[in-house]
Design a protein around this ligand. Sequence first.
Ligand code: PBG
Length: 327
Amino acid sequence: MSISEYPYFRGRRLRATENTRRMVAENHLSVSDFIAPLFVMEGKNGKVEIPSMPDYFRFTLDLLLKETEEIRELGIPSVLLFAKVPEEKKDNKGTEALNPAGLMQQAVRAIKKEFPELVVMTDVALDPYSSYGHDGIVKEGQIINDESAELLAKMSVSHAEAGADFIAPSDMMDGRILMIREALEDEGFHNTGIMSYSAKYASGYYGPFRDALDSAPGFGDKKTYQMDPSNVKEAIKEAVTDEQEGADIVMVKPGLPYLDVVRAVKEAVSVPVSVYNVSGEYAMIKAASANGWLDEEQAMMEALIAFKRAGADLIATYFAKNAARLL
Ligand code: PBG
């Protein structure tokens, strides 16, 4: 019998007390891991709960600043902004996306003015601005790549002009990281970073988010640009390509059903890896705990530490505030 076997080895010795467990914990969550997503809408003094995302709200800009202050006070270093665009401002060429006085641009300016040290990231994709609800320009029923990527590069410059620290393209068009990086360099935004949604899957877990922004695709689905859930080598290819094209951070999305992808991407790239704990993952935990079927805090913390274990450096999560309070 070897000393690494029972009865000499007893795994329970290290699990015996809270302190021994703390001493040997292999992974740790920290408030600095979190990116808090924020939904902004037009108007004043307004706050609307997203029906499929209990306790999560869309705010008008004045109230968004209060929410941002809470986020900052909890020590969360970063926010990721999404704008809800009124139906009448949507078209097939991203007009409102490029508007220097658009809601996203206003929100970035306002947040950077009040909280200059907060890292402000902006979602870049056409879907909230598109009359078709697609992430790119639509021609003859197709989502066309290169023109879309050019437009996304312009949109990125517009966000950088407003003061965004990081551009977060979530559209999955080919070549857009290179086009965005070049456009930012050309305009002198050398220090504006890119967090690329590199491995973004065509997922059923985005439903509640599309409720939040009223951005569901008007026809078809997103399978010609978002990835097939079957694939992992392709995720590595996408992430490595984005790193080579100039992404400062690469992202895997969704999170919980794709922990193997997080690990694979982490091992393949040298830049930090973020993971998006998406709206449907939030909704599942909220719904089950509202029914008394799960303990919300425990399920939440377990999901978040799973991302760290899988290799994520950063976690975009609707649980950011709740988890920060517990930490
Ligand atoms: C837009 C975008 C989506 C999400 C982030 N950016 C939705 C989509 O691609 O349909 C999903 C976020 C979430 O579900 O929490 N391109």
